[in-house]
Design a protein around this ligand. Structure first.
Ligand code: BGC
Ligand code: MG
Length: 541
C-alpha cells in the first residue's frame, strides 16, 4: 500500500469562493475544473472540496438534504464526475466533505420524522425527546447550540398522534441542522452506503465534519453553562462507527482515506486515527498556536508524540473556512482561543505587512514538517481577513443565530481574486459576488503574483516544488537543535541529506547555520535570518 495521504499536500476548495463559471456570483464545480491548471501549477496532491451536495444552504452546504446529489447552485453529478476525471488525469486526487452529525431539516428523513409523530421509527433516526414541564412546553435540557441560542426545537404533533408531552429535537448547530441518532444501526448503514456511492464514482476520500460529536450522552443531563456532554472515551461507541467506515474504505482499491475534524486534545484526536479507524486528523492545536515559538513547539511535539503512539502521521494546517485568516491572526501573534467560531480580529489592530511576513515564515514551517499539509484556497495568495464587511452583507448563520453578537466566519470566505482588474477580479463574470470583494483585492490576484519572485504565490510554488524533490522535507523525523527561546530550529535528516528549518519570532535577526540556503521567506543575503522570517538551509550531516 502506498498510503499517499501520509505526506500529501491537500488544497481546500471552498466551492462558493474559488471560481464561478456561470456568472451567478457563486463559485461552482465547473469553476473548479477551470481552475485545475492553476491547482496543478501549485503542485498540490489532492483537493478537499467543501460541501456541494443538495442543500438549502442555511449553513452553506453543511446542511445536506440529499447526500447523493449535487446542489444545482454548484452544478450536477455529471460535473462532479467530470471534475474527478479531469483532476485524476492531472494526478490530483479528490476528497469530498462528509457531514454525518446532522442533516438538513429538508432531508427526506427529517420530514418523515416530523410527519410520523412521537414513538415512530422515523423519529428514532434523530434525537427527539419529550419536553419538560406539564405538557412538555420546556426544552428537554439546558444545552446550548454552538451557533448560539438553544439546541432544542419543538415540533407540532401530527393530527391523530397519541397524546403526550410536546416533543423537541436536538441540534448541536442551527435548528435547520437536526442531529442524527448514531446509536440507530439504520443511520450507520445509510452513511456506509453514502460513502460507497462516492467511492464508486472514483472519489479518493473524505473530510469528516464534526467527527467526534456523533454520540451525545443519551440521558441529556443538564450541565453547568449548557455545554453538551459528548462522551470522549477511547473505546466509546463513536469509535465503532469509524471502525465500520474503515472497513468500507478498505474494501476499495486505491488507498481511499478520510481526515477527521475534531477540536479535542491530541490524545483524544489520536484515538480516531488508530490503524482500524480513520487516516488523518486536522491538527487544530497547530491552527491555534499563533505566531509564537513556544506554543508552536509545544503543538508540534505534542501532536507528533500522540500520533506516533498510534502509528498515524500528523497534519499541518493554519487556515480553513471556519477560522480568521492567518495573515490577520499572525499580525498580532496571538493564540486563537476557544472554538472554531471565533470573534473576528479588530480591523484597526491589523498590520498587513507584518501579518504577511509571518504567514510567509509559517508557510515554510508547514511544508517542512513531517506529515500531510492542508492549504486553504487564498492562503497561497496571502489573502488577509476581511473584517469590515457591512452588516447587511453578512451571510454566515452565526451572525443571526448569535443574536448578532458574533459576526461569524464570512471574514475568511471572500471570493478569490484571479486577475488584477475586471468585474470581481476574474472570480466571476458578474460584478456582484455572494460576499462582496474589497475594492483593492486585485493586489492579491493570481495574475498580479504570478512570476513575481517575492510574492506569496511564488513562495508556495517554490516550497512545494522543493518538497517534492527533497525527501527530508515533509517526511523526516524532527530533531530539535538548541536555539534561543523565540527561535525554532529543527533538523530533518534523510538519505544522507540534512535540512535545517529556522523560524525567527524574535524582534532581532539571528545567525543562519553554515550551509546552503534552499529557500527563505525574507531577504537573507546579509547572512542572517530577519525577525518574522524562516529559512530552509541544507547543512552537512
Ligand atoms: C464546519 C463548519 C460547519 C459546522 C456544522 C464544522 O465543523 O467546518 O463550517 O458550520 O461543522 O456542520
Ligand atoms: Mg456559479
Amino acid at each position: 500500500m502506498t498510503q499517499w495521504w501520509r505526506d500529501a499536500v491537500f488544497y481546500q476548495v471552498y466551492v462558493r469562493s474559488f471560481r464561478d463559471s456561470d456568472g451567478d456570483g457563486v463559485g461552482d464545480l465547473r469553476g473548479i475544473i477551470d481552475g485545475l491548471d492553476y491547482v496543478q501549477s501549485l503542485g498540490v496532491d489532492a483537493l478537499w472540496i467543501s460541501p456541494c451536495f443538495t442543500s438549502p444552504q442555511v449553513d452553506h452546504g453543511y446542511d445536506v438534504a440529499d447526500y447523493r446529489d449535487i446542489d444545482p447552485l454548484f452544478g450536477s453529478l455529471a460535473d462532479m464526475d467530470d471534475l474527478v476525471a479531469q483532476a485524476h488525469r492531472r494526478g490530483i486526487r479528490i476528497t469530498l466533505d462528509f457531514v454525518p452529525n446532522h442533516t438538513s431539516d429538508r432531508h427526506r428523513w427529517f420530514q418523515q420524522a416530523v410527519a410520523a409523530g412521537r414513538g415512530s421509527a422515523e423519529r428514532e433516526r434523530y434525537l427527539f425527546r419529550d419536553g419538560r414541564g406539564e405538557r412538555g412546553e420546556l426544552p428537554p435540557n439546558n444545552w446550548m447550540s454552538v451557533f448560539g441560542g438553544h439546541s432544542w426545537t419543538r415540533v407540532p404533533e401530527p393530527e391523530g398522534a397519541p397524546d403526550g408531552p410536546a416533543q423537541w429535537y436536538y441540534h448541536l448547530f442551527a435548528a435547520e441542522q437536526p442531529d442524527l441518532n448514531w446509536r440507530n444501526p439504520e443511520v450507520v448503514a445509510e452513511f456506509e452506503d453514502v460513502i460507497r456511492f462516492w467511492l464508486d464514482r472514483g472519489v479518493d476520500g473524505f473530510r469528516i465534519d464534526v467527527s467526534d460529536a456523533l454520540m451525545k450522552d443519551p440521558d441529556f443531563p443538564d450541565t453547568d453553562g449548557g455545554w453538551p456532554v459528548i462522551p470522549k472515551h477511547p473505546d466509546g461507541e463513536v469509535h465503532e462507527v469509524y471502525r465500520r467506515f474503515r472497513k468500507v474504505f478498505d474494501s476499495y482499491l486505491g488507498d481511499r482515506m478520510a481526515v477527521i475534524e475534531t477540536g479535542a486534545d491530541d490524545e483524544t484526536v489520536a484515538g480516531f486515527i488508530r490503524p482500524d479507524e480513520m487516516h488523518l486528523a486536522f491538527n487544530f492545536r497547530f491552527v491555534k498556536a499563533g505566531f509564537d515559538a513556544g506554543h508552536l513547539r509545544e503543538a508540534i511535539d505534542s501532536s507528533l508524540a500522540a500520533n506516533a503512539r498510534v502509528g498515524a502521521p500528523t497534519t499541518w494546517v493554519t487556515d480553513n473556512h471556519d477560522t480568521p485568516r492567518s495573515v490577520g491572526r499572525y499580525s498580532q501573534g496571538t493564540q486563537l482561543l476557544g472554538s472554531y467560531v471565533p470573534a473576528t480580529t479588530a480591523a484597526a489592530d491589523f498590520d498587513e505587512a507584518r501579518g504577511l511576513q509571518r504567514a510567509r515564515a509559517m508557510a515554510l514551517l508547514l511544508l517542512a514538517l513531517p506529515g500531510a499539509v492542508y492549504i486553504y484556497n487564498g492562503q497561497e495568495l496571502g489573502l488577509p481577513n476581511v473584517d469590515d464587511l457591512p452588516e447587511s452583507a453578512l451571510q454566515d448563520p452565526v451572525w443571526e443565530k448569535s443574536g448578532r453578537t458574533n459576526r461569524g466566519r464570512d471574514n475568511c470566505r471572500i471570493p478569490m481574486p484571479w486577475t488584477a482588474a475586471g468585474p470581481s477580479f476574474g472570480f466571476s463574470t458578474a460584478a456582484q459576488t455572494w460576499l462582496p470583494m474589497p475594492a483593492d483585492w486585485g493586489r492579491f490576484a493570481v495574475s498580479a503574483q504570478e512570476g513575481e519572485p517575492s510574492s506569496m504565490l511564488e513562495l508556495y510554488r517554490s516550497a512545494l516544488r522543493m518538497r517534492r524533490l527533497l525527501p527530508a522535507l515533509g517526511r523526516a523525523n524532527v530533531e530539535w537543535v538548541d536555539s534561543p527561546e523565540a527561535v525554532l530550529r529543527l533538523r530533518l535528516n534523510s538519505d544522507g541529506e540534512a535540512v535545517e528549518v529556522l523560524l525567527n519570532t524574535s524582534p532581532a535577526p539571528v545567525p543562519l547555520p553554515a550551509g546552503r540556503v534552499l529557500l527563505a521567506s525574507a531577504d537573507v543575503s546579509a547572512g542572517s535570518l530577519p525577525s518574522d522570517a524562516s529559512a530552509w538551509v541544507q547543512v552537512a550531516q
